[in-house]
Design a protein around this ligand. Structure first.
Ligand code: F0G
Length: 366
């Protein structure tokens, strides 16, 4: 359906009605004054596993492919709500700290809505594709000599002092938008999964999913709620070791965080759901990353593969997934981090003459 929508945001023209704000307005803090717009976020595929399902003996294994969002990560679900509410309040400027994806998303929605967007990111620690996105969207970018946790502290101070909306997941509207992924999973499966594996960095997303599953159970009559299986990377696993990590390290740069802002609500999600938060090594993450691409056709970024690494770890420790319905959240697209992708050993990547015979010979095709 095509409609012309008028809001206090002005006449924003003709567009296809879809997106998180429109589809979920009844369960979001959307009022008559909230501008409704979309870059096409949400409604991402729930892909049924073939290769990994067999490997872990689970018939009902699915991947929630959040890399299909417009900027290539789950952040867009929450960003559209945070930006809409900022505009509703009369703000003309937004800011965030980021390991990369939040900044790409803020920059995109900021560009669409004509807002001034300020990004504070740790220098040398953001995947190339994510920084390229933020630059292309025209954001003001500060590379700081410090880590994500320090960048977040700066962003909070900046927004406390000036009329700038903080669009990190500390902003409750981000959590509201991100909870919609849980609703989609329930709609697709017709029920809640038994377990949900999800990477944990700043811990906003595990908080959002748990909120969504609980609301669906309490208000929409969903059958049950899943055990939340939060997965951190060893070296950046403060919740697992129960201690702030001052210099977090992992190959999965998106979740390289030593002092998560939503630490407490991650613990609540874990405990209320009778789930767990555990960590996996970089080599387990890379193994899952390559396996997802080569056996499922799903190219995600390393942080996303942590969810599957967690599943593989629990299977290797003896957990039986035979009768369970499992969902692993793949939070971001693999194209964002080309430097890690460069490390994959290719099956074949040679030069050949542009002749059919040389190909037939090289690949033994007769
Ligand atoms: N996966 C990806 C691809 C991410 O970018 C992030 C977080 C997470 C998982 C973890 O989600 O923080 O809600 O626990 N990225 C943030 C950013 C920190 O700045 O882009 P979380």
């Amino acid at each position: 359906m095509t409609l012309c929508v008028f809001t206090n945001f002005g006449a924003i023209g003709f567009f296809m009605i879809s997106g998180v704000l429109n589809r979920y307005k009844h369960v979001l803090p959307v009022t008559h004054d909230t501008p409704i717009f979309t870059l096409g976020e949400g409604d991402t595929p729930l892909v049924r596993s073939r290769g990994i399902a067999e490997k872990v003996g689970c018939v009902d294994l699915y991947f929630k492919v959040e890399g299909c969002n417009p900027t290539g990560s789950f952040k867009d679900r929450g960003m559209v709500v945070a930006v809409a509410k900022a505009i509703e309040k009369g703000m003309t400027s937004i800011a965030c700290a980021s390991t990369g994806n939040t900044s790409a998303s803020a920059a995109a929605y900021g560009a669409y809505c004509g807002l001034r967007t300020t990004l504070i990111v740790p220098k040398g620690k953001v995947a190339r594709g994510k920084l390229n996105q933020a630059v292309a969207y025209g954001a003001h970018i500060a590379l700081i000599n410090g880590n994500f946790d320090q960048a977040l502290q700066l962003a909070r101070e900046l927004c406390d002092k000036h009329p700038i909306e903080l669009v990190n997941s500390l902003n409750p509207n981000r959590i509201e938008g991100q909870k919609t992924a849980a609703f989609e999973i329930i709609d697709d499966l017709g029920t809640a999964p038994d377990e949900l594996f999800i990477p944990v960095g700043n811990a906003g997303n595990i908080t959002a999913y748990w909120k969504g599953f609980k609301e669906a159970y309490e208000n929409k009559g969903a059958v049950g709620t899943p055990k939340m299986r939060g997965i951190q990377a060893i070296g950046s696993d403060p919740i697992v070791v129960d201690q702030v990590i001052n210099e977090p390290e992992t190959i999965a740069s998106a979740i390289r965080i030593g002092n998560p802002a939503s630490w407490e609500s991650a613990i609540v999600s874990r405990d209320e759901s009778e789930g767990s938060i555990q960590s996996v090594s970089d080599s387990e993450i890379l193994e899952a990353y390559e396996l997802l691409a080569s056996s499922e056709g799903l190219f995600c970024e390393p942080a996303s593969a942590a969810s599957v690494a967690g599943l593989l770890r629990r299977f290797s420790e003896g957990e039986n997934f035979e009768d369970k319905t499992i969902v692993c959240v793949l939070t971001g697209n693999g194209l964002k981090d080309p430097d890690i992708a460069d490390g994959i050993s290719p099956v074949s990547l040679e030069e050949y003459d542009a002749e059919l015979e040389s190909l037939e010979e090289a690949f033994a095709i007769s």
